[in-house]
Design a protein around this ligand. Sequence first.
Ligand code: ATP
Length: 360
Amino acid sequence: MNKISYIQLKELNKTFNETVAVNNINLEIYENEFFVLLGPSGCGKSTTLRMIAGLEDITSGEVIVKKINISQLDPKDRNMAFVFQNYALYPHMNVRKNISYSLKLRKVSHEEMEKKIHWVSNLLKIDQLLDRKPSQLSGGQRQRVALGRSLVRDPVAFLLDEPLSNLDAQLRVEMRHELIKLQKNLAKTFIYVTHDQIEAMTMASRICIMNNGNIIQIGTPKEVYEKPNSIFVARFIANPINNILTTNIKHQNHSHNLECLNIELKRECLTNRDLVYFSIRPENFYIEKNNSDMASLKVEILQIENYGHDYLISSTIENNNQKIYFRLNKFHNLIIGESINIYFNANDILLFDINSEEAI
Ligand code: ATP
């Protein structure tokens, strides 16, 4: 991937009547990257994607592609391939015609058209389906045809709006892998909208997390998972849940005691604070002390959920009553109501400002 700005959004705004859907966002998407817009329902990700495609008028700001402002161009002149959630195939046309329709409009020669259909149907394994109508296809097959239709155009970028959300869980995993492979093979820029953090984490080269029309954080999956810049991201990128708690702080010289965990931290950011949010992910707790530096916490087991591959245990911190979740890959004969020690490393504690909720 080239870290060259390929698509740039400059102070982009979209207001529908009174609703601010997208609030003055700035971002740069690199050439050939798999860029994912992630956020809860209504956060403005589809509107952002649609403004890039020209399917939605811009209230103010600019969409720049390869240094050219395309904000006023018609969708058809932007050469962006848009893949919709509901696939939007032409129901009366068979797969072959669905795929080749845009080529026909551009008066591409018959020979060239056949070549492209052959290439794309082989690539997406839909060569056996070319004579079928969309109603005779499964969800996954329709999704492939929708992709195929966009592929033959050799677009500037692929814009995908929740393309896997109508598929069942197993097919989603398969299509996820195929999309990752496809993007690598094609070496094209993909901008992918989803509210599913697993899709974002597994597919993205970078994730842009949005909320209420604003960009909250942009980073690689590893960055947003390990270094969330806010409580919002720490909570949103969590499967199924993250621990976000508050604690009082007692100061002594250069050391600061997080009362809730009874642990001393020598972090300068804690000076002059009496209360903070902190988070430790459930997988960062252990039932055995793996090294002598680990701190311990006494908890009472509330509930044990079996996820098959591991267990999620909810508990309360003794003398504090705040809830803590931890994950174990073995059952360990835990009993609801019993008190046990769990162990963690101080390095896994993330801290957030009590007012702004931003990482400190
Ligand atoms: P979802 O995941 O549910 O598709 P989203 O993050 O893609 O959500 P958008 O569809 O971009 O969100 O919508 C952002 C905001 O703009 C929402 O509050 C939505 O209700 C509003 N909105 C979107 N389209 C319109 C429209 N055509 N008219 C009025 N309001 C709209």
